[in-house]
Ligand binder design. Structure first.
Ligand SMILES: *Cc1c(COP(=O)(O)O)cnc(C)c1O
Length: 397
């Protein structure tokens, strides 16, 4: 049996393979340079073009570009007026941003446990957490697999709640033939470099509500309303009115320049992600110490992450050790995510403890994300497969 690098053997590859990384080329670079040479270097025609193309791609009425996915979440919780005393239900298996956007507003995030097959928020658990204070639900389409949106929309309707979908993983995903970004009140996307397409930093909110759209626009720039120009007429062209305490979350032309071309390439990126997933499925399904992602049949997966589950009962080492061993092979494995209620801030501020959400707590020590990004070549893919086989075989019981 081949010796793992962590035991002094030779690593599967010489250079480190990250779990996700951007793919940019001359088109984007030229566009950025073109913006730099123009009069508009922030929030101008290219940002508006990017929004136009994005909403066409999604099929939504409106799209608002902002400078991060976190900002997109924050303008969203602001637009529905989350305030102290309000409760918002979300999943514990997510990046902290999905819950932080509630805390920024003084609201209380309430965590509903996940399903053990899809790792997405369980609609039955949402129902149990609803109180008279509940104002909204933030489902997160984990790894790119859409949540049970029919059930979640029904719960929202029955209890008069808003829905903000965190679709940071789910660009190009579909639910029952409908594109994510077009289903509930607000949907949030991220263009961080590890995501399926990037603007370096950036985010987008889509909505079909004109009322929410107007508010999102205001919260993007200091809560300032353009309507003031109408009210004060010609003599007051300079005039504006600050209606809400908004932010400074607008997207620059340089970032939008990247976005325009990345969006054009998204279908090619997605095609490659799906090819890699096919290879993983074919080559990894015989490793019995590992459970591959479960995919529902009424959805189109956008494959932001490839998350495997280690069957700890069949291994002589825990996940943290397997993680280290794979890193030593130069494979950039990762863990998505440390449950939000495990973070010291959440424990202190909201009195949360381990032991309250059995499914996510059972799952967390078994989770491992293996590299998946469109720029991976076949050798990269097989390096991951070989390293995983090597480590799992070596530490199998
Ligand atoms: C990346 C991510 C975000 C935040 O997006 P940023 O652009 O990094 O601010 C929010 N939620 C989830 C689930 C994410 O993966």
């Amino acid at each position: 049996m081949e010796k793992p690098a962590i035991e002094g053997g030779k690593p599967v590859r010489d250079n480190f393979l990250p779990y996700g990384i951007q793919w940019l080329n001359d088109k984007e670079i030229k566009e950025v340079v073109d913006s730099l040479k123009s009069n508009w270097i922030t929030t101008g025609p290219k940002m508006r073009l990017f929004e136009e193309h994005f909403k066409k791609f999604i099929g939504s009425k409106y799209a608002i570009a902002v400078n991060s996915g976190t900002a997109a979440l924050h303008v969203s919780t602001s637009s529905i007026d989350i305030k102290p005393g309000d409760e918002v239900i979300t999943t514990p298996l997510t990046f902290v941003a999905s819950a932080n956007c509630v805390v920024y507003r003084g609201g209380t995030p309430i965590f509903a446990d996940i399903k053990k097959n899809t790792y997405n928020i369980d609609p039955n658990e949402i129902k149990k957490k609803i109180t008279p204070k509940t104002k909204a639900i933030i489902p997160v389409h984990f790894a790119g697999q859409p949540c049970d949106m029919d059930e979640i929309c029904e719960i929202a309707q029955e209890n008069d709640l808003y829905i903000i979908e965190d679709a940071a993983h789910a660009i190009d995903a579909e639910y029952n033939g409908k594109k994510i970004g077009n289903i509930s009140d607000l949907t949030v996307f991220s263009f961080h470099p590890v995501k399926n397409m990037t603007t370096a930093e950036g985010g987008m909110v889509t909505t079909n509500s004109e009322e929410l759209y107007e508010k999102l626009l205001m919260f993007r720039t200091h809560g300032i309303s353009k309507d003031a120009i109408k009210r004060f007429g010609k003599s007051g062209d300079f005039y504006y009115d600050m209606k809400y305490l908004g932010f400074r979350y607008n997207m620059s032309e340089l970032h939008a320049s990247l976005g325009i071309h990345q969006l054009n390439k998204l279908q090619d990126f997605q095609k490659r992600r799906r090819e890699i997933v096919k290879i993983y499925e074919r080559e990894l399904k015989s490793i019995e110490e590992v459970k591959l992602p479960y995919v529902k049949n009424n959805i189109k997966h956008s494959w932001h992450l490839y998350v495997i589950q280690l069957e700890l009962e069949k291994l002589r080492r825990d996940r943290d050790f397997i993680f280290k061993a794979l890193r030593e092979e130069n494979i950039g494995v990762n863990v998505h995510y440390i449950p939000v209620h495990y973070h010291s801030y959440y424990q202190k501020r909201f009195g949360l403890n381990k032991g309250i959400l059995p499914n996510v707590e059972w799952l967390y020590p078994r989770l491992l994300t293996i590299p998946l990004f469109s720029k991976m070549n076949d050798k990269d893919v097989y390096d991951v497969i070989n390293a995983l086989e090597k480590i799992i075989n070596f530490y199998s019981k």
